[in-house]
Design a protein. Structure first.
Ligand code: NAP
Length: 535
């Protein structure tokens, strides 16, 4: 069967939701990792919804020139799916995307994938103990368990600069790169100097007539220890797989040691900073440009970037770095606060993602129709970045406070995937239809996380970053320290942390839309029945 064709029951009967035990949303590392491990654990009653027409998540959506991983590929890959063929230490986007495609085939998850399924709403029906999902293509699913693998960095953020709508040239965000637009001979304005911009600027600088780079805050940049993986290494990884395991473990330990500076002794960052300062001195001769590119905050406060070609690109004669604030945009120029007009044929936004609100309003609604956006009005939070009171049987992968600045996100994703598997097995063993984390457990967990984060470099380093919620200043994105501690915290599932609910009576068949619009009284009733049945 062609995995890219919708072939669920609902396709024939659009009014009847397709029934599935588990619904996964997203097919990046998180969604595919979950799907593969479900199959490997013998759980096959699941569907995976993907809004696009292929898998890959961030590695499908981001395809700007120079897009590559900044964590070594031997670590930035599934532990259960080593790839002996990585061509470079830091693989580039097409190779990572091909790796994920290969995982789909290798582990037989095609049959579970439903492409062209963009989630528009997921509403918990407390009476039936099921999630009711609607998709932009008109399809509907009913699922007992909902797993969000939508990623924290998937919604592009484009600043609302005055006059932006008057710009007559081409404008796009790094995530929506227009490869059909020839940059050759054009005057290009790049806004932003984050992880994405430092990768694409060196690629396009030699092609354009002039590049104006608008820098608000300079990043700390370390040398990138990239190189081609030698054929002999690839041979060893293929024929003696333990050699790749050794390489992976060594890289993991090296990366993990960086948490010491981030979270335990921020003063250590001053030492690492010297390496970055030397890198800048070596690569930028012009003292004025060097001063412009020197950050005034402690390294680690914002994401540390790695590059060998960014500084040389900025030293080119056809590149200027502008630090004056952007005041407005005209039909053919960017105007800065010093009154200077920077003519531009093309604007490229390397301005990052909407991190503080991972879900759009109205998409995820828990018990009583409560929108997760409202639950998180004072900043996102969850238990182990995975579960949330009021949202039974809802699991998040890469949820609040699971991001890393120092090690591989795939490690965190696998920790959460295994935790969710344990939760599903515990439910099975105890005959529970649904579970919901107890509010005091989730609260105590988050108080501790916030306490630890308060001492970490992200709070004390003297900078503003996307790690911090702009409304509250709280760090709602990062895990505060060593990744192995998260692995340890997620390595057991305790039913004592959760309410467990028995299956809904068979006769119950409630109109879900009506339930979503349920009033406060239904909410209270739901709560009462929940606690009565909690075990
Ligand atoms: P980012 O790190 O959030 O950087 C956005 C940049 O845009 C910053 O320099 C920011 O300046 C600037 N900016 C935002 N709004 C602006 C405005 N109104 N005016 C002027 N400048 C503005 O975004 P990103 O580079 O896309 O990276 C986001 C994250 O994606 C990374 O941190 C990383 O986690 C991930 N990523 C990973 C890789 C990888 O290799 N694995 C590659 C790319 C991205 P300020 O610093 O002053 O806010």
């Amino acid at each position: 069967m062609n995995a890219r064709m919708p072939h669920d029951a609902a396709a024939d009967h659009p009014s009847a939701p397709a029934e599935t035990d588990i619904a996964i949303i997203g097919t990046g590392f998180a969604g595919l990792g979950m799907a593969i491990r479900l199959r490997q654990s013998g759980l096959t009653d699941f569907l995976v919804a993907e809004k696009a027409d292929s898998v890959g998540g961030t590695w499908r959506d981001n395809h700007y020139p120079g897009c590559a991983c900044d964590v070594q590929s031997h670590v930035y890959s599934f532990s259960f799916a080593p790839n002996p063929r990585w061509s470079r230490m830091f693989a580039r986007q097409p190779e990572i995307r091909a790796y994920l495609d290969d995982c789909v085939r290798r582990f037989g998850v095609e049959r579970h994938l439903r492409f062209g399924h963009e989630l528009t709403s997921a509403i918990y029906d407390d009476t039936r103990r099921r999630w009711h999902l609607r998709f932009a293509n008109g399809q509907q699913w009913s699922a007992r368990v909902l797993i969000s693998a939508m990623g924290g960095l998937s919604r592009a953020s484009t600043p609302n600069i005055p006059g932006i709508e008057t710009f007559k040239g081409r404008a796009f965000h790094s995530q929506h790169w227009d490869h059909g637009y020839p940059l050759e001979g054009k005057r290009v304005a790049v806004i932003g100097t984050g992880a994405s911009a430092i990768q694409f600027v060196p690629q396009i600088a030699p092609r354009v007539a002039h590049l104006d780079l608008f820098q608000r805050t300079p990043p700390w940049i370390m040398p990138k220890a990239d190189r081609a993986v030698r054929p002999i290494e690839q041979w060893l990884f293929k024929h003696l797989p333990f050699t790749q395991k050794v390489m992976r473990s060594a890289l993991y330990c090296m990366l993990e040691s960086r948490a010491l500076g981030f979270a335990v002794h921020p003063s250590l960052m001053k030492t690492a900073q010297k390496v970055a300062e030397r890198h800048l001195r070596r690569q930028v001769r012009d003292p004025q440009l060097r001063a412009t590119l020197t950050p005034d905050y402690t390294m680690g406060c914002k994401r540390i970037l790695i590059s060998n070609d960014y500084f040389p690109a900025l030293s080119r004669a056809n590149v200027s770095v502008t630090t004056s604030a952007i005041e407005r945009i005209d039909e053919d120029a960017v105007i800065t606060s010093d009154g200077v007009r920077h003519p531009a044929d093309c604007l490229i936004f390397g301005t990052g993602f909407q991190v503080a609100d991972p879900f759009a309003q109205g998409v995820v609604r828990g018990r009583g129709g409560v929108d997760i956006v409202d639950t998180w009005r004072d900043g996102a939070h969850a238990y182990l970045g995975t579960t949330l009171p009021g949202y039974p049987n809802f699991f998040m992968i890469v949820g609040p406070n699971t991001g890393l600045g120092h090690n591989s996100m795939v490690f965190m994703i696998e920790s959460q995937v295994e935790y969710i598997l344990r939760a599903l097995k515990a439910m099975q063993n105890e005959g529970a239809a649904a579970i919901e984390v107890r509010p005091h457990v989730e609260r105590a967990y988050n108080e501790q996380i916030q306490q630890q984060l308060g001492r970490a470099i992200w709070s004390t380093g003297g900078c503003k970053s996307w790690y911090l919620d702009p409304r509250t200043g709280k760090n709602t994105t990062l895990w505060p320290g060593f990744a192995y501690k998260f692995r340890r915290a997620t390595s057991t599932f305790s039913m004592a942390d959760y309410f467990a609910y028995s299956p809904a009576p068979k006769s119950v068949n409630v109109n879900v839309s009506a339930h979503a619009a349920a009033t406060q009284s239904a909410h209270v009733q739901g709560k009462a029945s929940a606690s009565a049945e909690a075990t």
